[in-house]
Structure formats: C-alpha cells, structure tokens
Ligand binder design. Structure first.
Ligand code: HEC
Ligand code: HEC
Length: 361
C-alpha cells in the first residue's frame, strides 16, 4: 500500500496544476488548435467570419463583439489602456491591432506558445479569467440566437456543408480566424516608397527613416516587413519600463509568467509599428499615452516610476535589453522620427468593404 502514496501526491499536483492553469487551456478541445488560419484562406468561411466578428450576439449578454475591442477605424485596436469585458473585468493587456497578423509566429504581448490566430480567437469567446465575451456555459443560448437569423441560415451550411451541426463553436472560431487572416493592408507611404524607390519621401520622413535605421537603433528590433522582427536575438524584449522588487509588477511581468525564468521577467513581444499613429496608448499595458512619450523613454534608457504600485527606476532593471541604443535626440530629430512613424500609417483598408461591418454595409 505504502508504495502507492506517491500516486496520491501525483494526483494532488495534477489537480493543483489544473486549478492554477489559466482557464483558456481547458478549451483546447475546440478546433482552435487544428485550424491553421494563417496560411490558407477559405473565402466562404472568411465571409461568415466577417458577420460573426461584428456580432454582439456571440457574447453572453449581447453587448460585445470582437469589434468592440478591435475597431476598424483604430486599425482594429480600441484606444484604451486595457479593455473591459462584458461584466467590466479588465483584460491584462492593451488590445493590439489585428491588421497583417498573417505572417505572425506568436500571438499577443506575452504568450509565445499561442502560434496561430485561431489559438487566440478562442480565448475572448470562451475564457473566464478575465471574462471577456462570456460564451462559455452559454453555448446553447448563443446557437439559438444565431439559428434565428436568416443570414446565418445561409452562411453556416454554405461554409460547413455535410456536418450535422453547422452552428458550432468549432466553426465559429475557425471562420472568425479566417476573416482575421484576411485583414491585410500594407499600403503606407513607406510601403509605396519601398515598392518604387523613385517615389519621393518628404525630407522629414526620409531623415526619420535614416535615423530609425541608423543612429537611433530602432531597426535593431523593429525590422522586417511589419517592423516587428529583430535583426538578431529574441523577438521579446524588456525596455526597462518598471523596476519594483527587481522586476515588473507582479500581476503583469511578461513571458516569465509562462517560462518562470528570472531573465524573462518584463519581456514582451516586439510589436509591429504599422499604424502606431492611430493605436495609442502604447506598450503592453497602455502606459505611454503618446509617441512623444515613447521616444522620451527610449532616450532616457527606460522609465522612472514615481507613484503607483510599482515605484522604482526601470533604467536599472537587470533584464533591460542590451540591444537598446544609448542615444539622445535633438528636438528636430524627434520630429523626424515622429514623421517616419506617422508615415507607417495606412488607412486605405477602411475603403475595403470586405473588412467592414456587414450589418451596416
Ligand atoms: C474585451 C476586449 C476584447 C474582445 C471582446 C476581443 N479581444 Fe482580441 N484582444 C484583446 C486584448 C486585450 C488582446 C491582447 C491580449 C494579450 O496580449 O494578453 C487581444 C488580442 C487579440 C489577438 C492577437 C493579436 C496580436 O497582435 O497578436 C487576436 C487575433 C484577437 N485578439 C482577435 C479577437 C477576436 C477575433 C475577437 C472576437 C472573438 C476578440 N479578439 C475579442 C481584447 C479583446
Ligand atoms: C531591444 C529591442 C527594441 C529596440 C531597439 C526598440 N524597440 Fe520599440 N519596442 C520594443 C518592445 C519589446 C516594445 C514593447 C514593450 C512593452 O510593451 O513592454 C516596443 C514598443 C514600441 C512602441 C509602442 C508600440 C505599441 O504598439 O505599443 C513604439 C512606438 C516603439 N517601440 C518605437 C521604437 C523606436 C522609435 C525605437 C528606436 C528609438 C525603438 N522602438 C527601439 C523593442 C524595441
């Protein structure tokens, strides 16, 4: 009998692990893991996904759709530091843009293990911590709502023929993911210039570009077609934004929440800089209000926090990334860098009806 004691411990730990695991991983059985939305797009599914993306009926109390937190006019972000779920819960992070995710290899600010769009899309729908749309436990009610709509009576069977239950969360997650993967728009002034270098850039933008790629050291991390790929090293970095108890706030400390490694404390994904002019506020927690403030932080080599719950000098954070430049900007240079960042704006997608709310257009 005695030698089986260890089994009890094993069960205890297994159970404890389940309890402590973020809820969303319990939903891994939804086909989210199967769908590889980032590569191939099925237009029938994407068309259905477009309706679902803008449909508040997918949330438990009919109040929020994906577009509530990912609004097209803000490059599919929401303008808040953190977003709020249907019952007022705050999300852990700032809502990012959903444009051009098709080439991404990891979702979100700090979840390197979520590698496909579908793996993320399941979370706001069915997660309970934080509760975003609250569909979990309300699946049947939601199916009933969708069944009564004549649009869905056509679109679901068209996208999912030969299935006994076309209206199902497996299909909802997959079709929304397909729609999200279609949201591509790379038509900024800088793209136009890159496509045809004869295209003249305004002098201020050209000077900003030279600074970005040169002295300011930004391209070391913000490189590649979406300005989110480092020239070398990790795709995650600590900018020295906080330093309390040798780290970031205990409720939000980067990929270390997953890896449990000290050296990962405060590391977040290097974000794309496309459309930054319209996706304020900035950083993983929306803690910088303007691009000017962001530049000031780079120039200072981090941020000194003097009030709140995480007082300390981020510049001394032991994990501050070695790739960060030591650099001072003149007023003119700051203007030039800003002009370059503004030139990464592309709102041409707003004229693309296929991206917009189908209930209105
Ligand atoms: C309550 C606000 C809210 C709602 C509703 C919401 N999201 Fe999000 N979304 C966020 C936040 C916040 C993040 C960032 C999460 C993180 O990094 O921890 C995010 C991240 C994402 C990402 C990853 C983007 C990236 O850059 O990696 C995708 C894709 C996404 N959401 C799609 C959706 C879809 C599709 C829906 C509807 C089913 C949806 N979201 C509903 C707030 C929301
Ligand atoms: C060591 C890599 C690295 C370098 C070098 C770097 N960045 Fe960043 N950048 C990041 C990371 C990581 C974040 C997100 C940090 C966070 O949220 O905690 C970020 C965030 C930003 C943001 C906010 C984006 C958003 O959507 O919130 C802007 C703007 C930005 N960087 C511009 C620049 C500019 C301009 C330079 C050059 C002066 C630069 N970066 C240099 C890694 C880097």
């Amino acid at each position: 009998m005695k030698r089986y004691y260890w089994l009890c411990f094993l069960f205890l730990f297994a159970f404890w692990g389940l309890q402590c695991h973020p809820q969303h991983e319990l939903f891994a059985y939804y086909s989210a893991t199967k769908a590889t939305a980032s590569t191939t797009i099925d237009s029938t599914k994407a068309q259905l996904g477009r309706y679902l993306f803008y449909d508040t009926r997918l949330s438990a109390n009919n109040t929020k759709s994906c577009a509530t937190c990912h609004a097209p006019e803000l490059a599919f972000s929401d303008g808040y530091r953190r977003s709020t779920g249907i019952y007022g819960d705050n999300t852990q992070h700032n809502a990012p843009s959903l444009l051009n995710l098709n080439t991404y290899t990891a979702m979100n600010w700090a979840t390197p293990h979520l590698q496909t769009i579908a793996q993320q899309v399941v979370r706001p729908l069915l997660d309970t911590i934080p509760l975003e749309m609250g569909a979990h436990g309300n699946e049947q009610r939601i199916y009933a709502r969708l069944t009564t709509d004549s649009v869905y009576a056509t679109l679901f069977p068209k996208a999912y023929p030969n299935t006994t239950q076309a209206i199902h969360f497996d299909h909802i997650v997959e079709s929304i993911s397909q729609f999200v993967a279609t949201l591509q728009s790379r038509n900024s002034l800088i793209d136009q210039y890159n496509l045809s270098p004869n295209h003249l850039l305004p002098p201020e933008v050209a000077a900003g570009k030279a600074l970005f790629e040169g002295k300011a050291g930004c391209a070391t991390c913000h490189s590649g077609k979406d300005f989110n790929t480092p020239e070398q090293g990790s795709r995650y970095a600590n900018l020295g934004l906080y330093n309390c108890n040798d780290g970031y706030p205990k409720e939000d400390y980067g990929i270390a929440e997953r890896t449990q490694k000290m050296e990962d404390n405060g590391k977040y994904r290097i974000p794309s800089l496309r459309n930054v002019a319209i996706t304020a506020p900035y950083f993983h927690d929306g803690s910088a209000a303007t691009l000017k403030e962001v530049l000031q932080i780079y120039e200072n080599g981090g941020r000194k926090v003097e009030s709140g719950t995480c007082i300390g000098d981020g510049r001394n954070n032991p994990n501050r990334d070695k790739r960060l430049p030591v650099v001072k900007f003149s007023v003119e240079e700051k203007q030039q860098l800003l002009a370059f960042l503004y030139a990464l704006t592309d709102t041409s997608y707003l004229r693309n009806k296929a991206f917009m709310n189908p209930f209105l257009w």
